[in-house]
Design a protein around this ligand. Structure first.
Ligand code: WQD
Length: 323
């Protein structure tokens, strides 16, 4: 049995690859290395490929045959919300096109199990919702979120048409590092953006402190990347029945505010993290916290790593990369 991990050299993918390797499961990684590097995947074979390129279906088919692939984990995608609003066609071509190519190859080679990286971005701006459940209406507010929701629709259609079994995992705010060398190298999210400013001797920025939350800053559900990786391994186990469809939030059920995260960064780093308050950033929901009940019930998965450990491992990984 071999798992083909598309986007396996990226931040989250590399954590899953590491866990599969530790479990003795065969892995082949397919990655274009555009936002990742081959050093993250150890000894696993690497096929360098842009999943959305014209030759992708053929290369995926060959890879499936060569490595006797029986399941796929599909991470590869563009994930910058702002960029998706400026270049929507690029996002649809990459995220939707890439998924379609993977599925075409799977159908042709009779591989019927896939785990798909979806996102809390499918929910958009849930109003007056304490915790988002999987049935909360999906109303994405940007092309990035729409590419993920369309991905879920495509999977559902394939499940009904040719017996594809899938699990779509809706990630909340992923952070931390399971191994210092596998940290998030992008400076696109709160923790790494704060680290980057501290590194340059600047104070952290808070985008708005006048939201209707306890301390006025936005609340998110931070989930440790290694816990998230474990969820993928557990999800592989529920795909044996043909045509099975699963959609899960992956979060902790607990929220933390921007100020709480910045304070935790102060504790982990020993630096002064007194923030500068800026304007609100457009499109930020005040509160986005997962109900994690369904994945607990169906996969026996609970993410237990607390905020301090998430921040601490993220900071150690940052130091590993920058010292
Ligand atoms: C968290 C909070 C910011 C930086 C995004 C995407 C989502 C998903 C994950 C993935 C917000 C505030 C941030 C800073 C701040 N993408 N902030 N100062 O926006 O919840 O989710 O990443 O694949 O689709 O939308 O995450 O980390 O950008 O922000 O105050 O310097 O931190 O305004 O409230 P977000 P984030």
């Amino acid at each position: 049995m071999t798992v083909m991990v598309v986007g396996g050299a990226g931040y989250i993918g590399a954590h899953v690859v590491r866990l599969l390797q530790e479990a003795g499961v065969g892995v082949v990684v397919v990655d274009d290395l555009s936002t990742s590097n081959a050093g993250r995947i150890g000894d696993s074979p690497l096929v360098e490929l842009d999943a959305a390129s014209p030759e992708a279906v053929e290369v995926f088919r060959r890879t499936i045959r060569e490595y006797d692939v029986d399941s796929v984990i599909h991470f590869a995608a563009r994930k910058q919300v702002g960029e998706s609003m400026e270049r929507p066609l690029y996002y649809y071509a990459q995220n939707v096109g890439g998924l379609v190519n993977v599925l075409e190859a799977m159908q042709a080679e009779d591989v019927k199990k896939i785990i798909f990286s979806s996102s809390a971005a499918v929910y958009g701006m849930p109003q007056n919702v304490d915790m988002v459940i999987e049935e909360t209406p999906c109303e994405p507010i940007n092309p990035y979120g729409r590419t993920k929701l369309i991905g879920e629709y495509i999977l559902a259609d394939c499940a009904r048409a040719w017996g594809l079994s899938y699990a779509a995992l809706r990630y909340f705010n992923v952070a931390g590092a399971g191994w210092p060398e596998l940290g998030d190298e992008a400076i696109l999210n709160l923790m790494t953006m704060v680290f980057d400013r501290l590194e340059r001797g600047e104070r952290p920025l808070v985008f708005g402190d006048d939201y209707l939350t306890e301390d006025g800053t936005c609340i998110r559900d931070y989930v440790h990347v290694k816990d998230l990786a474990v969820a993928h391994i557990k999800a592989l186990d529920v795909l044996d029945k043909p045509g099975s469809e699963h959609v899960f939030n992956v979060g902790t059920g607990t929220g933390a505010s921007v100020l709480e995260v910045i304070e935790a960064i102060g504790r982990a780093s020993g630096r002064d993290t007194t923030p500068i308050i800026k304007e609100r950033r457009p499109g930020d929901p005040p509160r986005l916290v997962a109900s994690a009940k369904k994945i607990e019930r169906d996969l026996d998965f609970v993410s237990t790593t607390g905020l301090d450990e998430i921040v601490d491992t993220a900071w150690k990984a940052w130091r590993f990369q920058h010292d």
